[in-house]
Design a protein around this ligand. Structure first.
Ligand SMILES: [Zn+2]
Length: 138
């Protein structure tokens, strides 16, 4: 059973509200705080993933119908640009799902997961780079 207070640096755990870690001096974290922060990742991450999925489906449908008579959409890019736009939307979905994964881990285990945080940062970098590619198109 995990203790309610722990050190995120050296993994020291205690049931006492000590404030700082007796081994390395770092401020101790509270398992309940980490769980609360987990919900702050899961809820917006889940909403964003759902919203972006709906948006991606609509955008893909719109681009697919762009050439049809009476489609009414104004997508004038070529297939390559369409692929980049879908890649951006897909990577944003992946990013929001990684928020959900990071938050769920914190809620379940009461700890942060460094690997998931690294994955979140890597995905954020991908979204940023793809977003720059899109904005430089026009
Ligand atoms: Zn420590």
């Amino acid at each position: 059973m995990a203790q309610p207070y722990f050190c995120g640096k050296c993994k020291f755990e205690t049931g006492e509200p000590m404030g700082t870690c007796p081994q390395c001096g770092r401020t101790l974290s509270k398992t309940s705080t980490i769980r609360l922060l987990g919900w702050a990742l899961v809820l917006p991450g889940g909403l964003l993933a759902a919203g972006m999925t709906v948006l991606t489906v609509n955008v893909a449908r719109m681009m697919g119908n762009a050439g049809d008579p009476g489609a009414g959409s104004r997508f004038t890019g070529d297939a390559g640009e369409a692929a980049v736009i879908l890649a951006v939307l897909g990577s944003v979905i992946a990013l929001s799902l990684s928020f959900v994964a990071a938050g769920a881990w914190q809620i379940i285990f009461g700890r942060r997961n460094k690997l998931i945080i690294v994955a979140v940062l890597a995905l954020a970098a991908v979204v940023y780079l793809l977003g720059r590619a899109v904005t430089s198109m026009n």
